[in-house]
Write a protein that binds this ligand. Structure first.
Ligand code: GLA
Length: 743
């Protein structure tokens, strides 16, 4: 890891363990251009030529006659607006004249050890020995606007974190109308673009297609990262796959409206830009005021998607997730949502808790419906007072009883919302987002609170804190069940309404920060109608996020595969639920549901008092399995072996324990087919010369691991493969444990 400015070449060289990122100053005017991003370079002599300023239209210094042509083909590190580059701009600023042109040029730079936090925003972090940062100060003199382009590298992962801070250094008011987190120009070798799309209960499915001329983007205007499109984009060189080829991965550490775009231009170069979606965004910058963009993540892998996954997992585990639970065992929880929905009382919860305790479950989570007159989802959001008709004796008593059974207790909140039918709304109708004179649009019969306002945040957090202080509550599920519409705040002047989307996100981050500061040992799980706000920004506050409301084991294969392509398994909320599944009506074996949930945080979402004797008998075996393997799954290295989304037949991945002694191979065969032979899959990341004993995780009796008598070298398993028997029946799953044989 290291950052250097090579004075003679006027090049900035950023090194990560396996990659190099180069930028150059191209002209006396200080144009900052992209030179190279890829495999590590030791000797970069002459590399500045890659900016192509030695050929026509040349730089303005040599040929100002074709300044516009230069601006329109130069590989910018942060593109301008309105002065001749007709590709996607990175920034647009309205000045006092109502004009919006911007061109930022280099002024100075600073290189320092470590990484500074981004004010009010989640961001990756690294201490002095772990990260290094380059800040390039740029200016547009005629606007009186300065921008600090920030680049950080890390010593242990191939990632570059970028962001931009703007400052109004002139005398007049400016309006930032677009402020992307990063821009990168490079040649297009015939990239495919890979993105994740979905819907409620169908989050994050992969889509790969050729990148053509014009603009391709993923975005959201829902005020949250969304179920529909994910803040992720990868460019894959021709032929790149899981294990080989070049992959550029891009992400945003942000949880609101975003735009990520890849544009292929007339010269077949590609420009990637990402940041806050400029639609409905405008930020007033008074003299002396500044604005910080969210952070963008860039990663390059020369070893296919697997290399990208490994870099992102390292980044998020070592430089983003802060929770004390990051490396701690997450208690096996049982959540009552699918068990009872709104129809529960303290007796019902205690019945569930009693049964759970007997079977090895460690925490009861009381979901939606415990507060105000919340008998259904039409009311009471905002009234965070315990409903003592349902919970007779109050929350304190319930929690004591649950604790006495040996279980921890967790609770659900939806702090960003307000029901029309609630005490809070009767008192403060202006606290809901609304456009004056227009009835706000309902979603799930609720409105969104205007948490850009401090008094709103204070009032909600006061209520949340009172509940959490009233009993021994060790876990919170923070939900958010509708997108933002009717963007209007009663507290903002007309010229600042364009700030509302972003102010909302900042307000939400501030509330979460307050929560984990007040309760440092709390286990926080974020959620948004399932996985509608699963993003790096939220992981800064919570070590895990509910992956999807779809708990069907087969539906989860694709959702978890794509989620795990980016995020560590320890971040994925995954539970065993009942069949027929509540979302798709499918019946899958209880065993399969347990194996699929083990790839996440593991828990239950069902009425355990109503399980069949057979399933009930398996619960202690499943919990024993979690106790045996939780640290391997949480801390291990993840490898995708075969993609169900590609082969449509089976799912297979591997997790190698950090000490190399054990690895788990997760295999799910979706439909059985007649007269087929076994499957041979090539394993990854093993020691070539070590030998591995194959055991199978068994749910048949209390002996968790059954020896198969099979033993192979790492070479055979990686280059030849592991033979997987066909499993009898549909939706069958198997976990194999490979134990290194010690000499
Ligand atoms: C969302 C969550 C569910 C559950 C319900 C409660 O849909 O994703 O898990 O908490 O809200 O209303």
């Amino acid at each position: 890891m290291g950052i250097a400015y090579l004075k003679e070449q006027r090049l900035f060289k950023l090194d990560t363990p396996g990659t190099t990122y180069l930028m150059g100053l191209a002209d006396r005017e200080g144009f900052l251009g992209h030179v190279y991003y890829g495999r590590k370079l030791e000797d970069v002599k002459g590399a500045e030529e890659l900016m192509r300023t030695v050929e026509g239209p040349f730089t303005p210094e040599k040929n100002n006659r074709d300044r516009s042509s230069f601006l329109d083909c130069f590989p910018w590190e942060y593109s301008s607006h309105g002065v001749g580059d007709f590709r996607e701009s990175s920034v647009r600023v309205k000045d006092g004249n109502g004009c919006s042109a911007v061109l930022l040029t280099y002024l100075s730079h600073e290189i320092y050890k470590g990484k500074r936090p981004l004010e009010g925003l989640p961001a990756t972090f690294g201490g002095e020995g772990e990260a290094e940062t380059l800040e390039i100060l740029c200016e547009d003199k005629s606007l009186g606007l300065r921008a600090v382009l920030s680049y950080s590298v890390f010593g242990d992962t191939d990632v570059i974190a970028r962001s931009v801070r703007f400052e109004n250094v002139g005398g007049g008011e400016l309006y930032l109308e677009k402020a992307m987190s990063f821009c990168m120009d490079m040649d297009n070798p015939g990239f495919d673009v890979l993105t994740l799309h979905g819907s409620w209960a169908r989050e994050r499915h992969m889509e790969r297609k050729p990148l053509g001329h014009g603009k391709f983007s993923v975005s959201t205007l829902r005020g949250e990262t969304s179920h529909q499109e994910h803040c992720f984009m990868a460019l894959l060189s021709p032929g790149a796959d899981q294990d080989k080829g070049e992959v550029y991965g891009f992400q945003l550490v942000y949880s609101g409206n975003f735009l990520m775009q890849a544009e292929v231009n007339q010269f077949d170069s590609v420009r990637v830009t990402a940041g806050i979606h400029p639609e409905d965004f405008s930020w007033r910058l008074g003299p002396g005021e500044s604005f910080q963009t969210p952070e963008g993540i860039l990663t390059y892998s020369g070893e296919g998607l697997g290399g990208m996954t490994s870099s992102l997992h390292k980044l998020y585990r070592k430089h983003l997730i802060r929770s004390p639970y990051l490396h701690r065992k997450r208690p096996i929880l049982i959540n009552n949502w699918e068990a009872t929905y709104f129809d529960f009382n303290e007796q019902k919860l205690l019945d569930i808790a009693r049964e759970s305790a007997a079977l090895g479950i460690e925490m009861l989570v009381m979901d939606d419906g415990w507060f105000g007159n919340r008998y259904d989802d039409n009311r009471a959001l905002g009234d965070w007072k315990v409903n003592e008709e349902k919970l007779k004796g109050g929350l304190g008593k319930l929690v004591e009883q649950v604790n006495a059974l040996g279980l921890k207790f967790g609770i659900w909140f939806e702090p960003e919302m307000i029901s029309g039918e609630s005490e809070l709304y009767r008192q403060h109708p202006d606290w809901a987002l609304a456009v004056p004179g227009r009835t706000p649009t309902l979603a799930r019969n609720q409105y969104v609170l205007d948490i850009s306002r401090k008094e709103v945040r204070d009032s909600i957090m006061e209520q949340v804190f009172a509940v959490l202080h009233s009993a021994n509550i060790e876990y919170v599920k923070w939900d958010m069940n509708r997108p933002l519409t009717d963007l209007g705040s009663a507290a903002l002047p007309a010229e600042r309404q364009g700030e509302l989307y972003h102010r909302y996100v900042l307000g939400m981050y501030e509330m979460q920060e307050r929560l984990i500061t007040e309760f440092p040992n709390l286990l926080l799980e974020n959620c948004s109608g399932g996985g509608g706000r699963f993003d790096p920004g939220m992981l800064y506050y919570s070590p895990q996020i509910w992956c999807s409301d779809d708990t069907d084991a087969i539906e989860r294969l694709a959702i978890q595969e794509s989620t795990a392509m980016i995020y560590p398994l320890s971040a994925m909320g995954a539970h065993v639920s009942v069949c027929p599944n509540h979302t798709v009506g499918r019946n899958t074996p209880f065993e399969t549901r347990g194996f699929v949930a083990l790839a996440g945080t593991f828990g239950y979402e069902l009425d355990i008092t109503k399980l069949s004797a057979e399933d009930r008998e398996m619960v202690p075996r499943q919990t024993a399995m979690y106790h045996r393997f939780h640290d391997l799954v949480r801390e291990g290295d993840y490898y995708r072996i075969s993609s169900y989304q590609e082969n449509h037949a089976f799912d297979c991945f591997q997790v190698n324990g950090p000490d190399g002694k054990e690895a788990l191979v997760f295999y799910t065969q979706v439909l059985n087919e007649p007269n087929r032979r076994s499957r041979i899959v090539r394993l990854k990341g093993l020691e070539k010369d070590a030998r591995y004993r194959v055991q199978v995780v068994s749910m048949e009796d209390d002996e968790l691991l059954k020896d198969t008598g099979r033993e192979f070298s790492g070479q055979v398993l990686m280059y030849g493969g592991l033979r997987l028997e066909r499993l009898w029946g549909d939706f069958r799953s198997q976990i194999l444990c490979l134990r290194r044989v010690e000499p």
